[in-house]
Design a binder for this molecule. Sequence first.
Ligand code: C5P
Length: 220
Amino acid sequence: KTLVVTLDGPAGSGKSTLAKKLADALNFQFLDTGATYRAVTFECMHRGVNLDDTEAVKGVASSITITFSDGGQRVLIDGVDRSREIRTREVTNSISKVANKPEIREILVTLQRKIASTGQFVTEGRDQGTVCFPDALWKFYIVASPQLRAERRLAQMIQQGLPVPAEGLPAILQDVIRRDEADMSRAVGPLRKAEDAIEVSTDGQTEAESLNHLVELVHQ
Ligand code: C5P
């Protein structure tokens, strides 16, 4: 078994915050794998690379250096902090074009395994328990209702000072539902619960309650 804790789940399920806090509680490091897909998507858009051009996207993915700082919270592309730029709605709504390409997933899964091999990690994403770390010691699948997930995304956008769509919450709910469909219908690395993962719902739970629940499960 690999000394890794994996948290998978749909967008806005609360897994990112939970993974960060769980890592702190266990004295592990934290790896946000979504940030690696975001980084490639951002860099392609920034360079004007057509996201439908697999060879060109592959060229970007294999030539840039993605690193993390500040306990895994900040993302650097070739040494430049892009933590904010990778979270805009434009990037978010284009990621599936990058995440759908098996060639890109291979490059990023290799990177994620390499990072996690440098210590004890809590990783979060969509395919962590299924593809990236099938022999992880602990696997969780974090879920929440679409409405709650959209509300969380909106709060996060405001908190990070990102532009909020004029149509407000309904537009974000649409984004969330569309991204669920894209994440679950991918041929390679689709979002799904690993057979041996424990499903945890964050509906009606405070952050502290969800965290305590995970810590208890890990310590069992
Ligand atoms: O978690 P986050 O919302 O930042 O992830 C952004 C997107 O990156 C997801 O919608 C998904 O398409 C992709 N992703 C992925 N595999 C992962 C993590 C994220 O395909 N392990």
